[in-house]
Design a binder for this molecule. Sequence first.
Ligand SMILES: C[S@@+](CC[C@H](N)C(=O)[O-])C[C@H]1O[C@@H](n2cnc3c(N)ncnc32)[C@H](O)[C@@H]1O
Length: 440
Amino acid sequence: MRIKIEKLIYEGWGIGHDENGRAVFVKKSVPGDVLDVKITKEKKSYTEAVIEKIIEPSEKRIDPPCQYFDLCGGCEHQNIAYPDQLKFKEEIFRETLSRTKIETEILPIVQASEPFFYRNSIRFFLVEQKSGKKIFTRHNYLYTDGLVEAESCLLQSVKSNLILSLILEVVNSDRNKSLSGFYQVKIREGKFTDEFMVELMTDDNKLPFELELKTALNQIPEIKSLYHTVTPQRQLRNIRRRLLHGSPIISEKIDKYKFQISPDSFFQTNSLGVKALYDKIKEFAQIEMGDTALDLFCGTGTIGIYLSTLAKEVVGVEVVQSAVNDAKVNARINNIYNCEFIHADVNMWLRNEKIEKYENIKIILDPPRAGLNKELIKKLSNFLSLKNFTNLIYVSCNPATFARDINEFELHGLKLKKVQPLDMFPQTHHLECVGLLQKI
Ligand SMILES: C[S@@+](CC[C@H](N)C(=O)[O-])C[C@H]1O[C@@H](n2cnc3c(N)ncnc32)[C@H](O)[C@@H]1O
């Protein structure tokens, strides 16, 4: 089938229409492309397809710098120059809000300072071929459980790629020795501290090539933390970790603050972009001395700590115990004493906590991609009846659930006054945004 791509929509899809006017979604396509495509999924109202041949490339199409781009599911837009990616992302964001009938001030998108090499965390799968050769793979976007050979990634640092190549050298040093249950490598790094954490992940207690891996990776002094991580059945439940070398944590810096990160704790993937994000939160929150800042879904406490000097006190709530531990240590190492971090599910905490007791309150919400549930939105909106409630800041890495939740807040008497999209994830379809909600 031949189609012309009209525009980009959510999750990296380009959209065109077949001769019956039915929508055809094609990943890795560029608006203006004329393509021969092969159908991969047919639904009543739309079709999914993959590119078979580019008949006429869009004038916006460029050669992707990554050699794995055509199959790798890591990113969708390397075939579009960065300034054009930004325009498309802003358009998609505006459309997402207008489709859900949200009227608000949308500020121009904030661009990333580094369109490549920005990621501070990445995973690669290890696979053993029939010949005994071991390769690194990433998710193949064409098939849900497919993999594509990829030995490096342009979204992570040169040093991360070097670590991968060293590991590959070691595991290929003996073709007859099996990988056994060694199936994944995870690398995290502090972009402003040059500290690396490497996790060698197996699905049983044995780590093949352990001694050789330790010797090879010890050559890189920036690896401050080396773990053997056991994930039974390759699930994230019942994880066991053995520290093979160095410290259990690494550090990262945001502006003048230093943060410790342990393996299970969330940390924003793009350290280089975090300051811009947190400055926007600061600008929208307008925290005044005497305010309590509630940092809900606080992770390692980064937002709360960043805002702490403005507030009387910060209360952070987070469900992952190790992240709460990190948050407490983070406050201490930054000599901050007005932050309290609570280990709890935000939903349960809000059900039981009387937040009316805080005199003046500014609420910051930074939930995972799935967004908020209706009960939590209702509960928070009910606090509006309190005269001391002013600003609610909603930080989201998923415009679709953000728009859904804003609609729900607006049903309960709040208004999205303005929203700032920020590109924290160049080359991919992902987008971060910060919204300011106030009482109507
Ligand atoms: C998008 S991250 C934000 C972290 C932090 N605000 C930051 O900027 O680094 C979302 C956080 O919410 C936590 N989380 C997820 N569900 C939760 C829940 N029901 N209650 C509390 N925290 C939750 C996750 O563990 C994660 O740390």
